[in-house]
Design a protein around this ligand. Structure first.
Ligand SMILES: Cc1cc2nc3c(=O)[nH]c(=O)nc-3n(C[C@H](O)[C@H](O)[C@H](O)COP(=O)(O)O)c2cc1C
Length: 187
C-alpha cells in the first residue's frame, strides 16, 4: 500500500493482509513487531515474532518462555500493544488489547505441536530466562521445552493505522466495541 487509502474497510483489509503475511514471512515487517507491556517499573517493550493471527476472533499469537519477564507482566496486567512499522508500505500499525497467557492447556499444546523440533529448543533453556550467568554461552538447552513454553494470545480491542503518503497522511482507528467500524482521525 503506497497510495493513500480512500476507504476505511479497504485500509483495514490491507492491514490484516499484512498481519497475515507477518505470520508466514520472516521478511515481512509484521513478522517482528514490538510488544509493549506495563511492568512494575513502567512501560516495557521488546521485539517478538508474530506467530499466528485470526481476524475473525481478532487475536494475535506470540510464543515465549513461561518464565520470561513479559509473561509475568502480562499475568499481572494483561493490557498490551504491538507496534509495526512497514517502511515499504509507509504504514504504522498500533495494535492494542488484552493478553491471555496459555500454559499447559489445549491452545498452548496446539501451538507447541505445530512448531518444528528446532523451533522448540529455545524453550528448553536452562537456567531460566534472565537468570544471571557467568558467560554468554553458559546456558544449556537441556530442559523439557514443553515445560518452558507459553502461548501469549492478544485479543485486540483497538487497531490504529497511519499511512504516510506523498499527498497526505491518513490515520484511522477501528475498535472491537463498535464492530471494527473505522473512523478517520487527524494524523
Ligand atoms: C528479532 C527478535 C525476535 C524475538 N522474538 C521473540 C519472541 O517471539 N518471543 C520472546 O519471548 N522473545 C523474543 N525475542 C527476545 C525478546 O525481544 C526479549 O529480549 C526477551 O524475550 C526477554 O524479554 P522479557 O524479559 O521482557 O520477557 C526476540 C528478539 C529479537 C531481536
Amino acid at each position: 500500500m503506497s497510495e493513500a487509502p480512500e476507504d476505511l474497510g479497504a485500509f483495514l483489509d490491507d492491514a490484516w493482509q499484512l498481519i497475515g503475511r507477518g505470520t508466514v514471512d520472516s521478511k515481512s515487517a509484521a513478522n517482528r513487531p514490538a510488544l509493549a507491556t506495563v511492568g512494575a517499573e513502567g512501560p516495557a517493550v521488546r521485539t517478538v515474532v508474530l506467530r499466528a493471527a485470526d481476524r475473525e476472533a481478532g487475536t494475535l499469537d506470540i510464543h515465549s518462555h513461561r518464565l520470561a519477564g513479559k509473561v509475568a507482566e502480562l499475568r499481572a496486567e494483561p493490557r498490551a500493544a504491538l507496534h509495526v512499522w512497514d517502511a515499504k508500505r509507509s504504514l504504522q500499525m498500533r495494535l492494542a488489547g488484552a493478553a491471555t497467557v496459555h500454559v499447559e492447556d489445549a491452545a498452548a499444546r496446539a501451538a507447541f505441536d505445530a512448531l518444528p523440533e528446532h523451533g522448540r529448543t529455545i524453550y528448553a533453556v536452562s537456567p531460566e530466562p534472565a537468570a544471571e550467568i557467568d558467560a554468554p554461552s553458559a546456558p544449556a538447552f537441556d530442559a523439557d521445552p514443553w515445560a518452558g513454553f507459553a502461548l501469549i494470545r492478544l485479543r485486540l480491542e483497538r487497531i490504529e493505522l497511519l499511512h504516510l503518503g506523498r499527498e497526505r497522511h491518513s490515520r484511522a482507528v477501528y475498535e472491537r466495541s463498535s464492530g471494527w467500524r473505522g473512523r478517520w482521525l487527524v494524523p
